[in-house]
Design a binder for this molecule. Structure first.
Ligand code: AMP
Ligand code: MG
Length: 330
């Protein structure tokens, strides 16, 4: 009996000392590469479920796939909603309001006119932009009793929030399977669950927007999401001018805010994603004012004139070879 107990104790010791196994799942969804890494015995089945969930959310939330739930809703100019669309409306509409419309989920037809949400990339005529702007506007979206009404000539676009929402859902799902350590990259936007298997913090690089093969610096995080918005992620050129995918809801054209990128660090994926886009539109002053007036996130701004500004809680470390000047904002 003693012998068996001793053997059992030895076995237990061995399993607790064994390095935690690493599992990976990479696939294409939401127009980008999902690279999911999870650790521990529950990781394989949890990652299977995470892929299925990602595909499900993609099939619901794509603004461009004619088979998607959102596509049908836009075509019908509204209707009854449930699941992820209902949840996203509940999260997104208050953010449209609190950002004073810098974040606006009603810009789909404008984004399409520029060729950023399907179709051919082109610079629309000023009159076309003016007409589409008139139809758009989050304030005209009516959402009550689980039914949404979309303004005529407008369309819902969750492109600025869906990936953060999804990485949060994946992180919650992995946790529900008992996974304690994971890193999820959705096209470079990163969400981490817990700490690294060795108990230390994750170091997440923030791209240098002038050369995204390099990093401008990194942040040290646990249980957090690190999401960056910037023109460098998607643009086209016409007659020597660059046009990018983040639209200023006031002008209907690419936002010119003096920023190269905005990174949000938060424990809330959907919030971080929406704010990365909104604070980009606001520019340096508006972004920092918004940060001072709201809780639940930290910010790293990179400006066109070569500065990196990080809020106190961002735990940002500049890269040693960085060309940017660096300051902490209080
Ligand atoms: P992100 O990469 O998170 O900044 O999201 C950019 C995407 O969000 C674009 O490709 C559009 O689909 C959509 N979008 C563009 N401008 C806005 C805006 N001002 N508010 C909300 N969504 C936007
Ligand atoms: Mg965003």
């Amino acid at each position: 009996m003693k012998k068996i107990a001793g053997l059992l104790a030895l076995l237990l010791m061995l399993t607790s000392c064994a390095p935690t196994s690493k599992y990976q799942k990479d696939f294409f969804a939401m127009d980008t590469f999902f690279e999911l890494t999870a650790y521990g015995e529950h990781a394989p089945e949890a990652l299977e479920a995470a892929e299925a969930l990602s595909m499900e959310l993609d099939a619901e939330l794509s603004a461009t796939d004619p088979e998607s739930t959102l596509y049908a809703l836009n075509e019908a100019e509204g209707g009854a909603v449930e699941g992820s669309i209902a949840e996203l409306l509940k999260i997104a509409l208050p953010l449209c309001k609190s950002t004073d419309g810098a974040f606006d989920i009603s810009l789909l037809r404008l984004s399409q006119a520029w060729g950023f949400s399907g179709g051919e990339e082109r610079v629309p005529e000023a009159s076309e932009i003016a007409a589409l702007l008139k139809s758009a506007g989050w304030e005209k979206i009516v959402y009550e009793n689980n039914t949404v009404t979309i303004p005529e000539g407008a369309g819902l676009d969750f492109g600025a929030i869906a990936k953060g929402y999804t990485s949060q859902k994946i992180s919650d799902l992995l946790a529900s399977y008992g996974v304690e350590s994971a890193m999820l990259s959705l096209g470079g936007n990163v969400q981490v669950l817990g700490r690294k298997p060795d108990g230390t913090l994750w170091n997440i690089g923030i791209a240098d927007p002038s050369d995204d093969t390099r990093v401008a610096g990194s942040v040290s995080v646990e249980n957090a999401v690190v999401i960056t918005s910037g023109p460098y992620k998607r643009y086209f050129e016409q007659d020597g001018i660059r046009y990018h995918h983040i639209l200023d809801p006031e002008t209907g054209s690419p936002a010119e805010s003096g920023l190269l990128s905005v990174t949000i660090i938060s424990e809330n994926g959907a919030l971080a994603d929406a704010l990365s886009t909104a604070l980009f539109v606001m520019g340096e002053e508006g972004a920092l004012d918004y940060w001072r007036e709201h809780d639940g996130f930290e910010v790293v701004l990179i400006t066109e004139d070569g500065r990196v500004l990080a809020t106190e809680g961002a735990a940002f470390t500049p890269a040693e070879d960085s060309d940017y000047s660096y300051s902490v904002v209080g």
